[in-house]
Design a protein around this ligand. Sequence first.
Ligand code: SAM
Length: 248
Amino acid sequence: MNASEIPDLNSLPALNEIWQQTTEWCPTEIQQFQLQSLYTAVITANKTLNLTRITEPEEFWEKHLWDSLRGVGDLIQNSTPLQVIDIGTGAGFPGLPLAIARTDWQLTLVDSTAKKIGFVESIASEIGLKNVRSLVSRIEELGQDRQHRHQSDLALIRAVASANVCAEYALPLVKLGGTAILYRGNWTEAETESLELAVAKLGGEIAKIDRFTTPISNSIRHCIWLRKAADTHPYYPRAVGIPNLKPL
Ligand code: SAM
């Protein structure tokens, strides 16, 4: 990035009308300040950590902030407090925007890369988020750990692996009756058929396919909601690397 391409770090748009119309949620002044601080921190850390290719303020607003919140649908304004796990959080998406929007939710942000979790920890403390804890771990190991298995009301996974692999990462962590949401871009009927077979093996079912477009660039998104209908067999998730190598 040369000097003329460095974005204005204080220029995250508010876009309150779009928030309100598309999510029925709107940031308070404090939340807007926290979202702005998150943007500034990601862009600053990006110079050394390679966190994201999305750096322009409006694009960051749409593809990281709005996308993170819209993915959980009406849970953002309707749900009771939830125990949430964000799998492969990277620079904190979707977990950090959700922690800002819902201070009554408890969020666990997990990534296998220590440097990314170091960033998440420092920004969460800088902007005063008391409802975030972060962990360096491979998700396959966490899924077999009694402290985490079957513990979350909601598991979120964005841009980590193919849908069937994401299902194997996410469903073991969810409580019976809980939900996993797979954030996807385009989505096909063939993917639904393949995912149905995979989630059946994991004690889940496809509850909803939420298709929507983003409000600025009109890009297609699909959030696939999986309901945990039965306990996941102890065989899943398989050992580190196997889900990706041999997807269900
Ligand atoms: N979820 C973020 C987002 O949407 O911006 C980050 C996506 S990034 C492309 C994928 C992240 O998943 C990386 O930070 C990577 O380290 C993490 N990841 C991939 N496989 C993982 C695994 N098995 N366990 C834990 N983290 C994993």
